[in-house]
Design a protein around this ligand. Structure first.
Ligand SMILES: C[S@@+](CC[C@H](N)C(=O)[O-])C[C@H]1O[C@@H](n2cnc3c(N)ncnc32)[C@H](O)[C@@H]1O
Length: 217
């Protein structure tokens, strides 16, 4: 297996190339996804207007963070692709962004009230995923909430294409059991986990939604 550093480099290069197209395809998708909106509404209900949430792997639109920002919650979007961050900042000038690897962020311990990883573990080989949960735990305040969204399945491996653009990248699908174990291993109590079917306009894999609360070791 390649190192996480080399995988992250592929991810960064791929999303730098595909950022504009990703934005065009997905920036408005929340309006079509009632399940996701309700889930984000229930996640938002755990916070107040002074809360700070990290949208980890926010992509070029940062539309998940934006959905919460429009409810009055402070958001910091983080992404490894500088093109994603450039576009996210351009489309959301009132929000804050940082270009970084979400498995190794520069934020202090206990910085955030909440953290969202919306399809941002999708480019990480399973052998490295626990590191991301450990980092999410570190930057969250005690009793902070983690929302993870992933595509369901059993496969992982390299692709040569991202949204029709030639760009080598890694792609990982997860089982509910794996997601449960990542939360548990990183000291989160799982409050919610559910699978939904794909909408007919989505790629045809089921989606996993999970919310956990940080407990101390
Ligand atoms: C499938 S997109 C999801 C974007 C957005 N969260 C959404 O739901 O539309 C995955 C995003 O995660 C980012 N990403 C993947 N691995 C990352 C890492 N190690 N550090 C920071 N960002 C990462 C990618 O650059 C990309 O923007």
């Amino acid at each position: 297996m390649d190192t996480l550093k080399s995988i992250n480099l592929l991810t960064r290069q791929a999303y730098n190339l595909a950022a504009q197209k990703y934005h065009e395809l997905f920036h408005n998708e929340m309006y079509k996804k009632e399940y996701d909106r309700k889930l984000l509404d229930s996640f938002a209900a755990r916070f107040h207007k002074d809360s700070l949430i990290c949208d980890a792997g926010c992509g070029p639109s940062a539309h998940i963070g934006r959905y919460l920002f429009e409810k009055g919650i402070n958001i910091v979007g983080v992404d490894i692709s500088e093109k994603c961050i450039e576009l996210a900042q351009q489309y959301n000038p009132e929000m804050k962004f940082e270009c970084a690897d979400i498995s190794n962020m520069s934020f202090d311990n206990n910085t955030f009230d909440g953290l969202i990883s919306y399809y941002s573990l999708i480019n990480t080989p399973k052998i490295y995923v626990q590191r991301f949960f450990t980092e999410f735990h570190r930057v969250l305040k005690p009793k902070g909430y983690l929302l993870v969204v992933a595509k369901a399945g059993t496969t992982e491996g390299y692709n040569d294409d991202l949204l029709g653009i030639k760009a080598k990248n890694y792609f990982t699908l997860f089982s509910v059991e794996e997601i449960v174990d990542y939360f548990k291993e990183a000291n989160f109590t799982l409050e919610f986990i559910e699978k939904r079917n794909p909408y007919d306009f989505e790629i045809s894999s089921e989606r996993i939604f999970a919310i956990g609360k940080k407990v101390l070791k």
